[in-house]
Design a protein around this ligand. Structure first.
Ligand code: 6PG
Length: 473
């Protein structure tokens, strides 16, 4: 290759390989590097032709860096944590002032800020960019959430805007989120919402299968029905309908998958930061816990000897089965809306705390395409958060009326039915508690204040007069 590449990418695991192909397919020359040279060679062999020779492999990091236009733009898609630091350290010795490293892994936003500060002292730019959409998204159009220097963003903008997915209006699902680690923060919250919605979908499945006795093909049809509801139509429900229908060797795969859910940490980080910032996000918290308990297979086996479920086995008539489908839909609809609300609450609080000056409507807009939590509801939510006051007021009222309406009655009924039948519904229940906690004018924490004052003289405030009080109990 004589001319230099517009951009480079390090790390050819699934996400890196697919993103590199996407960039090349959009017409940009891209150099790639992987620690194992054979992997790089095979990648070029397999996909070089696809983009008419826009992909260029390098054997060494030095050769890779030398193959790039300046200021160099280098995407990292290596395993989050120490491997990112190791690669940065190696690269930094080869780069020149103003070069840009873009970490597209699921890094913790505090690590991103530490790396930005360290590299800034060497005159290097570091962008922490959340990327969502899994391997398909990386290949055909992900949602991208870059944070860091605005000037550095402007340099990568033409490439990122071409590579990103499109929103409902055809605009690219990427914006400069804000300074510092804000891009990785927003991606982390995206994942927190992802955990929460996946858990309520799993609970819906449990209820429909256990109480409704629906078969896998029936479940697929039920979820396809939910996907016609404009507040529910989403990527996660769409893949759920496909999962229930998938067979291998004549067997439904879903019935043979072990029930221990994995997690790589972004959900847990979301709950940690929510607690640090004092934000109530119970659905995300219990979604993380639910994965933990699902993975505690030995603990569950041990407890099953002693914890006998003294529960009902509700038998439903065909009419009652129909009603159950509707109850789940209503609970799912309100819960999903409140999952987004919890995530958004966290973004708003962090924005105020860290003074990022984020554009909430735009963040919601770039989640409309490409990402795992994309949903048609985000069209309304983006308008509700937008600058057009008339349109925003109208949609906001519509959302709030829906939340305050009768659908909650079905949701409450569904909760008692689930508990009577011994079905754990932590996420549905936590979301209903979220709703009720914000709906009630007075919570019982006056008793906690009294107890704290009783044993620790912590003091309390009163409703009938100003000041701080202590009682000799
Ligand atoms: C995405 C996803 C992705 C995440 C996986 C697995 O937006 O494309 O959030 O980034 O890594 O969903 O996450 P867990 O292993 O923690 O479930």
């Amino acid at each position: 290759m004589s001319a230099k590449s517009t951009i480079g990418l390090v790390g050819l695991a699934t996400m890196g390989a697919n993103l590199a192909r996407n960039i090349a397919n959009k017409g940009f020359h891209i150099s790639v590097f992987n620690r194992t040279t054979e992997k790089t060679e095979k990648f070029i062999q397999d996909f070089g032709k696809e983009s008419k020779d826009k992909l260029h492999g390098s054997k060494t990091l030095k050769e890779f860096v030398a193959s790039l236009e300046t200021p160099r733009k280098i995407i990292l898609l290596v395993k989050a944590g120490q491997p990112v630091d190791d690669m940065i350290t190696e690269l930094a010795t080869l780069l020149d002032k103003n070069d840009i490293i873009i970490d597209c892994g699921n890094s913790h936003f505090k690590d991103t800020e530490r790396r930005q500060n360290a590299l800034a002292s060497q005159g290097l730019n570091f962008i922490g960019c959340g990327i969502s959409g899994g391997e398909e998204g990386a290949l055909h159009g992900p949602s991208l959430m870059p944070g860091g220097s605005k000037a550095a963003w402007e340099k990568i903008r033409p490439i990122f805007e071409k590579v990103a997915a499109k929103d409902f209006a055809g605009k690219p699902c990427v914006i400069h989120i804000g300074d510092l680690g804000s891009g990785h923060f927003v991606k982390m919250v995206h994942n927190g919402i992802e955990y929460a919605i996946m858990q309520i979908l799993a609970e819906s499945y449990d209820i429909l299968k256990t109480i409704g006795k629906f078969t896998n093909p029936e479940l697929s049809k039920i979820f396809a029905g939910y996907n016609k509801n404009s507040n529910l139509k989403s990527f996660l429900i769409e893949i759920t309908t496909k999962i229930f229908n998938k067979k291998e060797d004549g067997k439904f795969i879903i019935d043979y998958i072990k029930d221990a859910a994995g997690q790589k940490g972004t959900g847990k980080w979301t709950t940690e930061i929510a607690h640090d910032l004092g934000i109530y996000s119970p659905t995300i918290n219990v979604a993380v816990d639910a994965r933990i308990v699902s993975g505690d297979t030995s603990g569950r086996t041990m407890c099953q000897q002693f914890f006998t479920l003294k529960t009902s086995k509700t038998k439903l008539s065909p009419a009652a089965k129909k009603k159950l489908i509707k109850q789940v839909e209503d609970a799912l609809e309100l819960s999903t809306i409140l999952c987004y609300e919890q995530g958004l609450g966290l973004i708003v609080k962090a924005d105020r705390e860290y003074k990022w000056n984020l554009n909430y409507a735009e963040i919601i807009r770039i989640w409309q395409g490409g990402c795992i939590i994309r949903s048609t509801y985000l069209k309304d939510l983006a308008i509700a958060l937008g600058k057009d006051q008339k349109a925003s007021g109208k949609i906001f009222t519509k959302i709030m009326k829906n939340l305050g309406g009768d659908k909650q009655k079905f949701w409450r009924k569904l909760m008692s039915l689930s508990l009577e039948n011994g079905i754990p519904v932590p996420a549905f229940y936590a979301t209903l508690n979220y709703y009720d906690s914000y709906a009630k004018a007075r919570l019982p924490q006056n008793l906690i204040q009294a107890q704290r004052d009783f044993f620790g003289a912590h003091g309390y405030e009163r409703t009938d007069k100003e000041g701080s009080f202590h009682t000799e109990w």
